[in-house]
Write a protein that binds this ligand. Structure first.
Ligand code: SF4
Length: 477
């Protein structure tokens, strides 16, 4: 997709709008209208205009006029002109209106911090950004829940540990994940490097309360029993274990009774076992290599071993799935009664196998996604769950949301801390990104580890040094 800018240089704002309608494309700035599809975005004084061309022919245009010259207002009308111009042709439902950020609840918290009332926030998002009533209520409910959790966030920190291995790569996966079949010989060296990083980084959290630990990935339970025990021993040796200690046991095909016991013995308090769907056919299609029964057995085993908080992740809009399949998944989960459910909407990412083979599948259209989201919401309400955290992904037609629902007092503090960015998070492992809260500036600075497992193992001293120089003088939070 090509675009031309006239009278301004707000590339990010224009690209964010294009992503809402033409996800996963390459967006190229050009000088003039050429063949193919081109959007022209123009600003002069208070007026924002957008023109859409196809093969050199103008097919749609819109003008929106700003109420004042503030940067925020100009950005708003720029987005609005583009959305109206493109949507005249595509007619995609936009429940989030022209809101493009990935953390909608954070926008509410920020407005509260500036002293705005909930009523005036509601009015602004409804009348100026065209957010639907339903999404507005969701934003405010989630912001309220997040607020309760982050109120003391400044004095605490989170710890993240990444295990980037999985048994196989799921069809839709775009994360840092390496299939065990090819990488098995490197797992021991990876765990050793991680322990080295842990030992040299623990000093940064001296005197700071760790509020949550999250071991994610990949699939941490891809480690064998010996490696898992070694890792958890080291966590215990180096850090004080908080009440919230999550391990993603995402793929049921990596879990057995012994691993569940190891996790329990090391005081892991929240386990995420993720079916993604409870439909056999879809599981095969998306390459999960586990069956519905395998998930159910592992879930039951986890309860038997004594795990009290189980989270289950599901994805709406998986290939070949519609209302019937989502109802089957939600009914299955209702019977199990997990403490929390995270409902994702599928985003087809460029780095996924799905993107390459998309034409082979029947995918959920934007109009139908809203219905699936409503089904999941109704079931979670029946299960007495409330939405407590949320984020949106760019590059999705219609721009939907992912929502974490939980029963009372079962919120995952780590998930909220990531969304609200009110805490420093020390992150260890390949591809991990440490977030340092610069309190005076109310800003987050990031320190990245290399993504590749081989690079991480071979350059572990460099990763440690990188953290050393970035963190000095920033923590304690
Ligand atoms: S389990 Fe998660 S991280 Fe692993 S391949 Fe599947 S989607 Fe990717």
């Amino acid at each position: 997709m090509n675009y031309v800018l006239k009278g301004h240089n707000m590339v990010d704002d224009v690209v964010s709008m294009l992503m809402m309608f033409y996800p996963n494309e390459k967006y190229v700035q050009v000088d003039s209208v050429c063949e193919d599809r081109v959007l022209v975005s123009e600003i002069s004084e208070l007026s924002a205009r957008a023109f859409l061309y196809k093969d050199g022919v103008l097919i749609s245009s819109k003008e929106c006029v700003a109420e004042n010259k503030s940067q925020r207002e100009i950005k708003r009308v720029l987005g609005l002109s583009i959305a109206r111009c493109i949507n005249e042709k595509l007619n995609i439902p936009l429940p989030w209106g022209i809101l493009t950020g990935v953390r909608p609840a954070k926008l509410v918290s920020e407005a509260w911090e500036k002293g705005e009332s909930t009523e005036s926030i509601r009015k602004t998002f409804k009348e100026k950004y065209f957010v639907s009533d339903e999404k507005l209520e969701l934003m405010i409910r989630v912001a309220n829940e997040e607020k309760k959790i982050v109120e003391n966030g400044y004095k605490k920190a989170g710890l993240y540990i990444g295990i980037p291995f999985c048994p196989t790569r799921c069809l839709y996966c775009s994360f840092t994940s390496y299939p065990l079949k090819q990488y098995n010989d490197r797992v021991d060296r990876y765990v050793d490097a991680l322990i080295k990083e842990m030992e040299s980084s623990k000093k940064f959290l001296d005197g700071i309360e760790i509020e949550s630990i999250y071991i994610g990935g990949g699939t941490p339970t891809s480690l064998n029993e010996r490696q898992l025990e070694k890792l958890l021993n080291s966590v215990e040796k180096n850090f004080k274990i908080p009440l919230e200690y999550t391990v993603e046991a995402g793929r049921p095909d990596t879990i057995n009774e012994e691993k569940l016991k190891i996790l329990k013995d090391h005081n892991v308090s929240r386990l995420s076992i993720n079916p993604q769907t409870l439909n056999e056919k879809t599981l095969k299609l998306i390459g999960r290599e586990h069956s519905v029964d395998m998930f159910l057995n592992v879930y039951e085993l986890a309860r038997k071993v004594g795990h009290k908080h189980i989270n289950t992740d599901i994805i709406l809009g998986l290939p070949e799935e519609g209302e019937k399949e989502v109802i089957a998944t939600m009914e299955g989960l209702e019977k199990l009664s997990p403490e929390s459910i995270t409902v994702h909407t599928l985003a087809v990412k460029r780095a996924s196998r799905l993107k390459e083979t998309l034409e082979n599948y029947s995918m959920t259209e934007a109009e139908k996604m809203d219905k699936l989201i409503n089904i999941s919401r109704e079931y979670t309400e029946k299960m007495d769950m409330l939405p407590y955290y949320m984020y949106r992904q760019k590059n999705m037609v219609g721009n939907f949301e992912n929502v974490g629902y939980c029963k009372e007092n079962c919120q995952c503090i780590y998930n909220v801390a990531i969304m609200e960015e009110k805490q420093s998070i020390l992150a260890l492992g390949a591809g991990a990104s440490t977030k340092l809260l610069l309190r005076e500036k109310n800003q987050i600075e990031r320190v990245f580890n290399v993504k590749s497992v081989d690079d991480y193992i071979n350059r572990i001293d460099e990763m440690i040094e990188r953290k050393n120089s970035a963190i000095k003088g920033v923590l304690p939070v």
